[in-house]
Design a protein around this ligand. Structure first.
Ligand code: URP
Ligand code: ZN
Ligand code: ZN
Length: 484
């Protein structure tokens, strides 16, 4: 049945205009003034609302086995929560178990994600280096439609890679037309600081934050940027949380390097004071890496979004229950790292970003949807309200308000890090591939409605972007070969 969204203002990242939007099947069929509703069409009255591309959250961990637990929100409830908050696509991290082949991990993730209620894709994690990894990366790109590889510089002894592995993998990404992603914290230094803090008798969640200061993130961000540049690869820095990291990204961009930064909605709005709460559960629920930061870092992140030196707001949704967090009672190193936010990202960002005048509504679309669609090579299929685009749309009511509470959330965990936050602006309706998934508080999306979205590799020109090669390398000196 066709759907006509009537009377709203269409907001894209580059312009806004009053227009109706006609949806046929899974795509947008027409946009224009006063469109006629075909016989049998369902009409959504969007008067007073903004009609925007559905949000894309490029950083989720649904049903992830991690630190001895499995994150509680799975693809079903993670994506349902996302839709209720205006997000219509998630990109999850496919992380092979130690020694597991990427191809097997991909199959595991495809199985887990069959339950998804919204569209989804994957990034693939590189957690070691071998001939097998070298070979499988090609299959991942060419056969599975994954054009991004994640690298952890933290989580020593588990997911962390060293600089040799990083160089090889980044170079392989450049060769394959893929985008490397990095979790930038110096894992060796974090491990030393954790030991030192425990020796001082600090075992609670505040020790987690003390052991991961902005310096470990700034150092790792700089290092990853320089290594990526020497391989000719672009770089995407996930969960950029502090001034040191943001400044490294801004400096790199000013020098002509293709580097992107992704602050999280949590880091933009919640600060390190949460860890000094005397209630252990309260503080532990907020343990994530990097940790929440002091206010000056938030100011820097906001400035980055405003100026364009940071491009994307994500959640890193990795939701553990209080009971799961309690595994770390007595030793902060064992508290499963991760927080939720999928259903809150858009309303909180609108409230803290648009209502305060920091972001225009077009910039809101850019940082929640269009920019990441372009960075990940799925624009304008996703990230735009345009004829021919997927009908992933949020009808946004700027006059709606709600107070965030775990009691009313769709996420399956027993708390919400934004508990009590008053949002002004929320989805009236969310459409996912032409289907009404959420309408005025009513969840209509069904388990399994989501589709796997393949992303093509980038052109060689896009990835061949090395200031080292162009400006610094002595004439005739070539890059190191990748060693499989
Ligand atoms: O604490 C976090 N961020 N947990 C999820 C895994 C990661 O590092 O992204
Ligand atoms: Zn991370
Ligand atoms: Zn993450």
């Amino acid at each position: 049945m066709p759907i006509l969204i009537r009377g709203g203002t269409v907001v894209n990242h580059d312009h806004s205009r009053r227009a109706d939007v006609m949806i046929e099947g899974a795509t947008i069929a027409a946009i224009g003034a006063k469109l006629d509703a075909p016989v049998g069409a369902e009409v959504i009255d969007a008067g007073g609302c903004y009609v925007m591309p559905g949000g894309i959250d490029p950083h989720t961990h649904l049903e992830l086995p991690f630190m001895g637990s499995v994150s509680t929100d799975d693809f079903e409830w993670g994506t349902k929560a996302a839709l209720s908050g205006g997000t219509t696509m998630v990109i999850d991290f496919c992380i092979p178990d130690p020694g597991q082949s990427m191809l097997a991990a991909y199959q595991d993730w495809r199985r887990k994600s069959e339950k998804a209620a919204a569209d989804y894709g994957f990034h693939m994690a590189v957690t070691s280096w071998s001939k097998q990894v070298f070979d499988e990366m090609e299959t991942v790109v060419k056969t599975y439609g994954i054009n991004s590889f994640k690298h952890f510089l933290a989580y020593k002894g588990a997911l962390m890679v060293n600089d040799d592995e990083l160089y090889n993998s980044f170079a392989r990404c450049a060769h394959l037309g893929a985008l490397p992603l990095v979790h930038a914290e110096n894992g060796d230094v974090v491990a030393r600081m954790q030991e030192a803090i425990l020796e001082q008798g600090i075992t609670g969640p505040e020790g987690h934050a003390f052991s991961r200061p902005p310096e470990v993130e700034g150092e790792a961000t700089n290092r990853a940027i320089m290594i990526a540049d020497m391989t000719g690869a672009p770089l995407y820095v996930v969960h950029t949380s502090c001034r040191e990291s943001h400044e490294a990204i801004a400096r790199a961009r000013a020098a002509g390097k293709r580097v992107y930064g992704e602050p999280l909605i949590q880091h933009l709005t919640l600060d390190a004071g949460e860890y000094s709460n005397s209630d252990w559960d309260h503080a532990a629920r907020r343990v994530m890496s990097p940790p929440f930061r002091a206010k000056i870092h938030q100011d820097s992140l906001w400035a980055g979004l405003q100026s364009g030196s940071l491009q994307v707001v994500a959640t890193d949704h990795c939701a553990f229950t209080t009971e799961q967090k309690r595994i770390g009672a007595g030793d902060f190193r064992k508290i499963p790292n991760g927080t939720g936010g999928l259903e809150d990202r858009m309303p909180v960002l609108w409230t803290a970003g648009v209502n305060t005048g920091r972001l225009t509504k077009e910039e809101f679309v850019a940082v929640t949807s269009a920019n990441i669609a372009r960075i990940l090579n799925i624009y304008p299929r996703k990230g735009a309200v345009a004829v021919g685009s997927d009908a992933d749309i949020v009808v946004w009511d700027p006059s709606a308000s709600k107070t965030i509470s775990a009691k009313s959330q769709l996420s399956r965990i027993d708390y919400n890090v934004f508990e009590g936050y008053r949002c002004n602006g929320a989805p009236m309706a969310t459409l996912s591939c032409g289907k009404i998934a959420w309408l005025e508080g009513d969840l209509r999306a069904e388990t399994g409605d989501g589709h796997y979205v393949e992303r093509p590799p980038f052109s060689p020109v896009h990835v061949a972007n090395s200031t080292w090669k162009a400006q610094t390398a002595p004439k005739g000196v070539q890059r190191a070969e990748i060693t499989p």
